[in-house]
Design a protein. Structure first.
Length: 117
């Protein structure tokens, strides 16, 4: 099933979160990608070193550059729960029960919430 991938902003650059391929892929340059393997667990999320010049992880971490910065991302379950559900064949309503029925209170096409009228 094709679906729009969620995006995450990293130092001003938008990246698609592709759970099925286990990578972040630059939205406006799909050839620029890096694997989730560079992530280090950090609490409920992930941390990694990012090179703002290359818009990727540094090739050489031995010599820190001014363009390097540490980035912390939320857990993949926060970034792309639908992708996690697909990858591990878990129904989304079981993985994220709080999302079930959440569209009942959403705005209609006119931009109004029916419950408020």
């Amino acid at each position: 099933m094709n679906r729009p991938l969620p995006t995450v902003d990293i130092a001003g650059t938008a990246f698609y979160v592709d759970v099925l391929h286990e990578e972040l892929r630059q939205k406006d340059n799909p050839e620029n990608r890096f694997s989730f393997n560079v992530f280090d667990q950090d609490g409920d999320g992930y941390t990694f070193l990012y090179d703002r010049k290359r818009k990727n992880v540094p090739e050489n971490r031995e010599q820190m550059e001014d363009s390097f910065q540490w980035v912390t991302l939320p857990a993949l379950m926060e970034l792309d729960p639908e992708g996690i559900a697909q990858k591990y064949h878990i129904p989304l309503e079981i993985l994220c029960p709080e999302r079930v029925g959440s569209d009942e209170d959403e705005e209609d096409d006119d931009g109004f919430n029916d419950d408020l009228l």
